[in-house]
Design a protein around this ligand. Structure first.
Ligand SMILES: [Zn+2]
Length: 83
């Protein structure tokens, strides 16, 4: 079961539980929570973006090490080999 993270929409009207954020174990098919299970104040789901293997430069390095060449367009129909 995935764990979803929620936090209070309105910090002023939230309890200690939902004030910053809390995690809720939910079925994939279960609807998102809209209220704090403790104080019933509105909450929002925090979308945590999955990390996709490092920065762009490290991808370039990997491609370079793997023997790929990167072509950069330098003008109309002209390409320059970067490495
Ligand atoms: Zn709460």
């Amino acid at each position: 079961m995935p764990i979803y993270e929620y936090k209070a929409k309105d910090k002023e009207n939230s309890c200690a539980y939902c004030k910053d954020s809390f995690e809720e174990l939910q079925q994939l098919s279960a609807p998102s929570l809209t209220k704090c299970p403790r104080c019933k104040s509105p909450i929002v789901k925090i979308i945590s973006a999955p990390s996709i293997g490092g920065s762009k430069s490290s991808f370039d390095d990997k491609a370079k090490n793997a023997g790929f060449h990167k072509l950069q367009k330098i003008g109309k129909g002209e390409y320059e080999t970067k490495y």
